[in-house]
Design a binder for this molecule. Structure first.
Ligand code: FMN
Length: 185
């Protein structure tokens, strides 16, 4: 079965490790899984319900089209101050509307993340899972990818070069394909 996956990075940083992690996922995706990376997170305005009521700004419509047109969602995110980076939470808030009928509703998803420190982004990942309870977004439970001490795993161009981690990402994506098939099969 072929799946299109919408990939979103929760960091706007050019040299983002989480962007490198998602790029590795694009390369390591199993046969039949195609992952596209969303590149316009920084263009999404701060959520304002008055603006939503009048109609989505173009960048928001693009985001919703990107997620809505995919079979599944794959988020790769840093953790900021023990939580979800504001740009990503803002995008999730936009994507969550209209409530109950949003592009996130009943969408299979997976979350991964890496940090140069020891936390490995697990607190941010759990915070996203909490938001996904309301949107009924089916976030894969296991395996998890929470990578601490990530800096040496990437080369100077931001490519994930650590072979153990690449194998781990590959297995994670194989499980994700199985997870998506449960809902799309
Ligand atoms: C505002 C801010 C808050 C941060 N808070 C955390 C944190 O709570 N936990 C953590 O592991 N790293 C934290 N960091 C460090 C990030 O993990 C680090 O900057 C990482 O490289 C960001 O991900 P990226 O490389 O994908 O941009 C924080 C960084 C910033 C800028």
């Amino acid at each position: 079965m072929a799946f299109r996956v919408a990939g979103i990075v929760g960091s706007l940083r050019k040299g983002s490790f989480n962007k490198g992690l998602l790029r590795a996922a694009v390369e390591l995706a199993p046969a039949g899984m195609e992952i596209d990376i969303y590149t316009r997170l920084g263009d999404i305005p701060p959520y304002n319900d008055d603006v939503f009521q009048k109609g989505d700004p173009q960048a928001v419509a693009d985001l919703k089209g990107f997620i809505g047109g995919a079979d599944a969602l794959l988020i790769s995110t840093p953790e900021y101050n023990y939580g979800v980076p504001g740009v990503l939470k803002n995008a999730i808030d936009w994507a969550s509307r209209p409530a109950g009928k949003s592009v996130l509703n009943r969408k299979p998803a997976a979350i991964m993340g890496c940090s140069p420190g020891l936390g490995g982004t697990i607190r941010a990942q759990h915070a996203i899972r909490q938001s996904f309870v309301f949107t009924e977004t089916y976030a894969m439970l296991q395996p998890e990818i929470k990578i601490p001490a990530a800096a040496p795993l990437f080369d100077s161009s931001g490519k994930l070069t650590d072979e153990n981690t690449r194998q781990y990402v590959k297995k994670f994506l194989e499980s994700f394909a199985g997870w998506i098939a449960r809902f799309k099969g």
